[in-house]
Every structure is written in structure tokens, then in C-alpha cells.
Design a protein around this ligand. Structure first.
Ligand code: TRP
Length: 444
């Protein structure tokens, strides 16, 4: 059995080298492992929570889509799609919203941080907090649970969200009495490089210390030249462990090459030469992807096709699953012609059928229905589905004894009443004909 690995990428920025080393490269590698069924998507609905600049959202979606493909993601093998192309996500979001505790969401780190900042600034606790921000973890739970992901690779800041997805899944499973959802697990890879930025702090857009990913060689060189070093001169021994230039180098070099680089620094290699070596290393790693990236950006129609194909793959799973979930909460079709009950699915063809199910009063009944779903006969109520199922079988197998009573025509079998009365003789005749047809079909 394969392991379903799923993760989302919020589309608010242009990927940089830190994103590449910390998330993209390991995710692409994981998607190629045997036994891994990777679902990677652009979390563009989540992006709207953080950003109300349409141009930035649009640019970021395009850039992130092209980046992942250029970095080697095989869209045939993995399922690669945009969140906003999967309407089932927002539908599930609502079903989950209805079981998610408000108290649970009150505890979300991002929301709590916003409240704390507001209170510190002597503002209303919820000033500037949108329902999107507040419900962020529910939407994320919908992303994960819709595909029953086993493992969710995330950064540390997202662990709580995955735990909330588990809580919400458990609650849904409990309320509706079945394990509809797999409980996902957050996976935080401690081995992947968290790259320092130009100034030594974590590489991040908010610190303006990033090295761009698929930029021109000239831009790459310019960024590298801005890496902050100590003021040791060429010839002086330099300590690799305190150098973030070395940290970046190590994120891309083999163990031997890193050891050599370390020795050269200790040996007095100048920072200029060190930067030149880093440039050569990065340029070699990024050149193929860079070309592919530029080519993809020239062909946005092709990108669109790739992502829509990914969405169809994903929806082939999401649509039937959502239908099942709608049934679970009571939003089934009045026709009962789709897969809502196993009995209906098995005898889907044509002719009358006997279908049992749970009614609004919580009781279970079986009903004799025409192909189009019209009810001809309703059994007496049963406390559980199993009894109703057995009753349905017994009713079809039994010997009929129609009695004329005050309420109408009543079907008895083996000296007990088995169904609600029907009012007219014509209705009784229809039931008799339908039962005969059903029995004939079963015998054949
Ligand atoms: N919230 C995640 C982040 O900011 C992005 C995301 C959205 C996600 N939906 C997800 C990650 C589902 C994993 C699974 O990084």
C-alpha cells in the first residue's frame, strides 16, 4: 500500500533559495520514492487570507507552479493542482466548520498572536482579524482530509494546524459514527537545510535577505556578493562554523566538497574566492531548472493545462468522497439513486428494489421503490440499520398475506404485520406486481 503524502504551498511570494532547499527539493525527491503517492498543491485560497493584492497572488501562483515543475516535479506521477480548482475543498470546509470547536480555533497560534498584538497596542482583541484568518486551520484540514493524506510535510510553524486537522477529523468520525477520515500526521524533516539568509538570519522574504532561485546568473552573483562575512583578509584562517556563507555552501555540496571548502577557509581562502566558489556551485545546480522555468513562464497555457489535468486527477477522488460525506451528514439525494446505500449501488440497473436506510426520526426502515425512486411500500421501523437490512431481505423472501383492515391494505408475513398500510386496492396491486418483479429478478 502506498503512503499518501500531501502538502500545500501558499501563493504569496516568489520562491527563493531557502524555499528550494527547505521544501521544494525534498518534496520533489519524496515524490519520486517508491510507495509514495504525492499530492502537492498551490494553496491559493490560503493566500487570499494573507494578501489582498490580486497582482501579487497571480504572479506568485504562476511562479510557484513553474518553479515546482522546473525543479523536477513529475506532474504525471504526482498529483499537482491548485486548491481553488477543487470546489470540493470549500464544500468540505463547511462540513468541517460545523464540527470544529470554536474553542479549538481560539487556540491557533496565528490567531492568538494577532490578538496579543492587538491587546498590546490597546486595540480591540479582534481588530483586523478576518474570518479567513480565524478559520485558516479548518480550510487546511479540508485540504488534508479531502484526500485522506497519511503524511503532511510542513515547517514547524504548521504542526499545530495538522494537529487541529486530526482533532477535527476525529470529531467528524465520532459524530457521524464511522472512520470517514484518515488521521494525518505532520512530518517535519530535521535533515533538510534551513538556509541562513544574506545577513545570517533565517532566509526569509520578510527579512529581505533572500537569494532568488531561478534568476539570471548576474542576479545570482549580485545576491551572493551581498552575503555578510567577517572582515578577515585573504591568508587569515576562517572558521567555517561561524560562517553562514559556508552553511549555504554545505546545503548544496557533497560531504567531501564541503570538507574541502572548510579546509580551504581554515587555510586562508579569501571571502571573494569563497563567494566565487559558492556562485559556481549554485549556478551549476540551478542552471537546468532556470531554463526550464523561463520556458514554462513563456507558455502559461501549457501550465494551465498541466494544472487542470492535476485538478481532474484530484477531483476523481474528491467528488465521490464528498458525495459519501454529504450522505453521512444527511444531505443525500431524495432519489437515493447514487451510491448512498450499498443496496442501491448493487442493484443499480432497473426494476423495483428494496432499500433500507435511516430516517429523520432516527429509525431505520426499508422501502420498496420503483427504478425512479418512488416509494411503493414502507416497512415498520427498526432501531438499527442491520435489523432493517435483514427485514428487507425477509420481506422479499417471505410469503405475502394481504389483509384488509381499517387503515387500508396491510401486508403480513408469517403472522406479523411487516409494512405500513397502503390506501387503495390499486396501490396494493402495484406493490404486488413490483414484489413479483423483484422476486423474479432475484431468482434469475
Ligand atoms: N498553511 C500552509 C503554510 O502556510 C500551507 C497549506 C495550506 C498546507 N494547506 C495545507 C500545508 C495543507 C500542508 C497541508 O505553509
Amino acid at each position: 500500500m502506498s503512503v499518501r503524502v500531501l502538502t500545500g504551498i501558499t501563493t504569496t511570494g516568489i520562491p527563493h533559495l531557502g524555499n528550494y532547499a527547505g521544501a521544494i527539493r525534498p518534496a520533489v525527491a519524496a515524490s519520486r520514492e517508491a510507495g509514495v503517492d504525492a499530492f502537492y498543491f498551490l494553496a491559493d485560497y490560503h493566500a487570499l487570507i494573507k494578501c489582498d493584492d490580486p497582482a501579487r497572488i497571480a504572479e506568485s501562483r504562476l511562479s510557484i507552479a513553474a518553479t515546482w515543475l522546473a525543479a523536477g516535479l513529475d506532474a504525471e506521477r504526482a498529483t499537482f493542482y491548485r486548491q481553488s480548482d477543487i470546489p470540493e475543498t470549500t464544500e468540505l470546509n463547511w462540513l468541517l466548520t460545523c464540527v470544529a470547536g470554536k474553542g479549538l480555533l481560539n487556540r491557533a497560534h496565528a490567531y492568538k498572536a494577532a490578538v496579543t498584538a492587538n491587546l498590546d497596542a490597546e486595540l480591540d482583541a479582534d481588530a483586523g482579524v478576518t474570518m479567513g484568518l480565524y478559520s485558516y486551520p479548518v480550510l487546511m484540514a479540508a485540504d488534508i482530509l479531502l484526500f485522506n493524506a497519511h503524511r503532511v510535510p510542513v515547517g514547524r510553524d504548521q504542526i499545530q494546524h495538522v494537529e487541529m486537522a486530526r482533532d477535527i477529523a476525529q470529531r467528524f468520525n465520532h459524530v457521524f459514527g464511522r472512520d470517514y477520515f484518515t488521521l494525518p500526521e505532520a512530518v517535519v524533516d530535521d535533515h533538510v537545510a534551513t538556509l541562513p539568509g544574506l545577513d545570517g538570519r533565517k532566509m526569509s522574504k520578510s527579512y529581505d535577505n533572500t537569494i532568488p532561485l531561478y534568476c539570471t546568473p548576474k542576479q545570482l552573483k549580485a545576491a551572493i556578493s551581498r552575503i555578510v562575512t567577517d572582515s578577515k583578509l585573504p591568508g587569515e584562517a576562517k572558521d567555517a562554523d561561524t560562517s553562514h556563507l559556508f552553511q549555504i555552501y554545505r546545503g548544496f555540496a557533497s560531504a567531501e566538497a564541503s570538507a574541502e571548502f572548510r579546509a580551504s577557509l581554515l587555510d586562508g581562502m579569501g571571502w571573494g574566492d569563497a563567494k566565487q566558489a559558492l556562485f559556481a556551485l549554485l549556478d551549476a545546480e540551478l542552471a537546468p531548472g532556470r531554463e526550464h522555468y523561463q520556458a514554462l513562464l513563456q507558455r502559461p497555457d501549457d501550465l494551465e493545462d498541466i494544472l487542470l489535468a492535476g485538478a481532474s486527477k484530484a477531483r476523481a477522488i474528491a467528488q465521490p468522497f464528498l458525495a459519501e460525506l454529504r450522505d453521512a451528514v444527511g444531505l443525500q439525494s431524495f432519489r437515493r439513486t447514487h451510491t448512498s446505500t450499498k443496496t442501491a449501488a448493487k442493484k443499480a440497473t432497473s426494476g423495483p428494489r428494496m432499500v433500507s436506510g435511516r430516517d429523520h426520526d432516527g429509525q431505520f426502515r426499508c422501502r420498496l421503490r420503483t427504478t425512479s425512486g418512488e416509494v411503493l411500500l414502507t416497512s415498520l421501523p427498526y432501531a438499527d440499520g442491520k435489523s432493517a437490512g435483514l427485514a428487507a431481505k425477509a420481506l422479499v423472501a417471505g410469503v405475502d398475506d394481504w389483509r384488509t383492515q381499517a387503515e387500508g391494505y396491510v401486508l403480513w408475513q408469517a403472522a406479523v404485520q411487516v409494512a405500513e398500510p397502503v390506501t387503495t386496492e390499486a396501490e396494493m396491486a402495484t406493490v404486488q406486481a413490483a414484489l413479483a418483479e423483484l422476486r423474479a429478478a432475484q431468482d434469475s
